[in-house]
Design a protein around this ligand. Structure first.
Ligand SMILES: C[S@@+](CC[C@H](N)C(=O)[O-])C[C@H]1O[C@@H](n2cnc3c(N)ncnc32)[C@H](O)[C@@H]1O
Length: 325
């Protein structure tokens, strides 16, 4: 199903309209229905929080300093460390790089699809969680429903974890159902088959060992529970990389398309349940660009794939959008 919304001049009415549209599309049976925030909650706990944080960050970060990914560590010595330290350099302003429109479309799409066991033991894990704004809001909504358990946010950049802790410290009343950890998603410090749901938002394509990370997702998910991954990826074709002080890009990230990612998930016994394109008009994305991402949904099915995505009736159209569940 294609979700194209021009966020260029988004008003309160637009947000309400989008929410109603997504809710109607989600049907009545998903767990996501239980999480739907009121307009007030969305405003206070997502948009106002975000605005306050962005205003605070904007005071100490001018547009010239944003986007400088300088890190003094020599990438030749240890490329992974170069990457995690570079992300740490970005941590103080990362929440400024994404626009409120991107936060809105992403959050609303997550809220549209999320499935989880509705009991006291929910284990939700976010990989490459950065400042954790989505996860913080989700934890608040989960707390409100009385669903128990823990949201664990994992990022390999220690300053990202610190930034998330700072954001959590602003929450009143404090949230008890969310925790943070600094770790690499290609070696997740969690036990086998105890996780219900994984969110991986705009971070797998930044992971050089992304195939290992997919295998790790299979290892930690509990196939007797929901065992879903909600993966948000970029659809643009340009190479991605982090720059050093000289403005050079010593490490280019592997170009991993949606197709390669879905093949790798199938190799690791995931059934691809579907994908939805998330689009926002010019000005709604990073640095004045467009939002062009997709949310892939994959279920860990070690007993056998329910279908193969390449054989599924509706496949990627021109606009990379599909849905076959
Ligand atoms: C583009 S940011 C997205 C952050 C956050 N998910 C969001 O949407 O605001 C990518 C994040 O992935 C993290 N990351 C990149 N590679 C990682 C890895 N191998 N393990 C864990 N985190 C990683 C980075 O530190 C960064 O915080």
């Amino acid at each position: 199903m294609k979700t194209f919304i021009d966020f260029k001049n988004m008003s309160d009415g637009d947000i309400q309209m989008i929410q109603a549209q997504l809710r109607a599309q989600a049907g009545q049976t998903t767990s996501a229905e239980r999480l739907q925030p009121t307009m007030e909650e969305f405003r206070v706990f997502m948009l106002e929080r975000l605005t306050a944080i962005q205003e605070k960050l904007a005071k100490s970060h001018t547009p010239e300093t944003i986007g400088q990914y300088a890190c003094d560590y020599d990438p030749a010595t240890n490329p992974e460390r170069f990457l995690s330290e570079s992300w740490s350099v970005q941590a103080p302003y990362w929440a400024l790089v994404e626009t409120p429109q991107t936060y809105t479309i992403t959050m609303l799409n997550l809220l549209r699809f999320l499935e989880f066991p509705e009991d006291k033991h929910l284990s939700l894990v976010s990989l490459g969680s950065g400042p954790g704004l989505y996860e913080t809001f989700l934890a608040r909504l989960l707390g409100k429903t009385g669903i128990g358990g823990m949201t664990t946010c994992i990022d390999f950049a220690s300053a990202m974890t610190e930034m998330h802790r700072f954001i959590l410290s602003l929450e009143q009343p404090p949230l008890r159902n969310i925790e943070t950890a600094t770790s690499d998603m290609s070696s997740i410090p969690l036990p086998d088959h105890r996780t219900d749901v994984i969110i991986c938002n705009n971070s797998l394509q930044w992971c050089r060992q992304w195939k290992k990370a997919v295998a790790e997702m299979a290892r930690i998910l509990d196939p007797d529970r929901t065992a879903m991954v909600y993966l948000i990826i970029h659809l643009h074709e340009c190479p991605m990389g982090l720059f050093d002080r000289a403005g050079k890009c010593p490490i280019e990230m592997p170009r991993i398309s949606a197709e390669r990612i879905m093949d790798e998930f199938e190799k690791n016994k995931f059934t691809i349940y579907g994908s939805t394109q998330m689009r926002g008009g010019h000005g709604s994305g990073q640095m004045g660009g467009e939002v062009n991402r997709a949310m892939l949904r994959a279920k860990y099915t070690p007993q056998g794939l329910e279908c193969r995505w390449r054989k599924a009736k509706r496949t990627f159209g021109e606009a990379h959008c599909m849905k076959w569940t």
